[in-house]
Design a protein around this ligand. Structure first.
Ligand SMILES: Nc1ncnc2c1ncn2[C@@H]1O[C@H](COP(=O)(O)OP(=O)(O)OP(=O)(O)O)[C@@H](O)[C@H]1O
Ligand SMILES: O=c1ccn([C@@H]2O[C@H](COP(=O)(O)O)[C@@H](O)[C@H]2O)c(=O)[nH]1
Length: 257
C-alpha cells in the first residue's frame, strides 16, 4: 500500500513526534461518542474535540493514513430511545444521524488545525456530506486526507463498533483502534468493579466466550472472521494514541492470539 508524503499540519510542524516512525500505514480509529461530552452529560465539548484533533494531527504528521468512525452515545442511542417508548428503528435512525453531527464537529476541529478531512455518510445526505464510497475513501486516505465515516453502517440494529470494524476491513486498515474511557479490556466492567483485572492481549474467541462488554459481539465476530487486530485504549491519556501507533504497549490488543 503506497504512503504519500504526509501533509504539513500545525501538529506536525510543532510536535516532537516528527521523528517518530509509525508501525502502521493505515488505521481505523473508533472514537466513543460519549468521550466527546467531556465533563458534561450530553453534547459535544469543543475542548475535547480540539485535543482529539491535535492527537490525530500527530498521526497524520508521521504519515499515518487515518479513517475515523465516531459513535453517537453523547447524543442518541436507539436502544435507550426504544426503552423510553420510541420505535426502535426510528431511534436507530436518530442515533445514526447523531454520528453525522459528531463527524461534522470533528471535521470542523480538524480543519481548524489545518488537517485536511472529509466526511462520508452511509446514509445519502446530499448537500451536507458525501455518500460513502469505498474506492473514493481509499483515494482520499492515500492522498493524506483524514476520512470520517459517519452514519454507522447505515442500518438499524447495529452499533458504531460494528461500523468501525466493517470500514476498517473495507479500507484494508492495518488495525482498528478503539478509543474509549477505560484503558483497555478487563475481565469485567472496570467502571463497575474495582477489582477488575486488565488484559494486555486477548484472543477473539476469549472476548466472545467471556462476553466482555467493551465491544459488541457482532463487531468481534467480524474482526475475527477477517483477522483484523483491534487495540482498545484510553483516549483521555495524553499521548497514548501516538504511542500505540509507533508500537508502544497501550491498552489491550485483541487478535487471534
Ligand atoms: N470487560 C470490559 N472491559 C472494559 N470496559 C468494559 C467492559 N465491560 C464493559 N465495559 C464498558 O465499556 C465502555 C466502553 O465502551 P464505549 O462507551 O467507549 O463504547 P461505545 O458504547 O461503543 O461508545 P459510544 O459512547 O460512542 O456509544 C467502558 O466505559 C466500560 O465501562
Ligand atoms: O450501524 C449503526 C450504527 C449506529 N446505529 C445507531 O446509532 C447509535 C449510536 O451509535 P453508538 O455505537 O451506540 O455510539 C446506536 O445506539 C444505534 O442506535 C445504528 O442504528 N446502526
Amino acid at each position: 500500500m503506497p504512503v504519500d508524503c504526509p501533509p504539513k499540519t500545525e501538529a506536525s510542524r510543532s510536535d516532537k513526534s516528527r521523528s517518530a516512525k509509525s508501525k502502521y500505514k493505515r488505521i481505523l480509529l473508533k472514537l466513543s461518542g460519549e468521550a466527546l461530552m467531556g465533563e458534561h452529560d450530553f453534547g459535544i465539548d469543543p475542548k475535547v474535540l480540539d485535543r482529539m484533533a491535535l492527537e490525530i494531527g500527530q498521526l497524520v504528521g508521521i504519515g499515518v493514513q487515518v479513517g475515523i468512525v465516531i459513535g453517537g452515545g453523547n447524543l442518541f442511542r436507539g436502544a435507550a430511545l426504544n426503552a423510553a417508548g420510541m420505535d426502535r428503528v426510528t431511534g436507530d435512525h436518530m442515533g445514526m444521524l447523531a454520528t453525522v453531527m459528531n463527524a461534522l464537529a470533528m471535521r470542523d476541529a480538524l480543519e481548524r488545525s489545518n488537517i485536511r478531512s472529509r466526511v462520508m455518510s452511509a446514509i445519502p445526505m446530499s448537500g451536507v456530506v458525501e455518500h460513502y464510497d469505498r474506492r473514493t475513501a481509499i483515494r482520499y486516505l492515500t492522498s493524506g486526507d483524514v476520512v470520517l465515516f459517519s452514519a454507522g453502517t447505515g442500518n438499524p440494529f447495529f452499533t458504531t463498533d460494528s461500523a468501525a470494524c466493517l470500514r476498517g476491513i473495507e479500507i484494508d486498515a492495518d488495525v482498528v483502534v478503539k478509543a474509549t474511557k477505560v484503558d483497555g479490556v478487563y475481565d469485567k466492567d472496570p467502571v463497575k468493579f474495582g477489582d477488575a483485572v486488565k488484559y494486555d492481549q486477548l484472543s477473539y474467541d476469549d472476548a466472545l466466550d467471556q462476553k466482555l462488554g467493551v465491544m459488541d459481539l457482532t463487531a468481534i465476530c467480524l474482526v475475527r472472521d477477517h483477522d483484523m487486530p483491534v487495540r482498545v485504549f484510553n483516549m483521555n491519556k495524553p499521548g497514548a494514541l501516538l504511542n500505540l501507533v509507533v508500537g508502544g504497549e497501550e491498552g489491550t490488543l485483541i487478535d487471534r492470539g
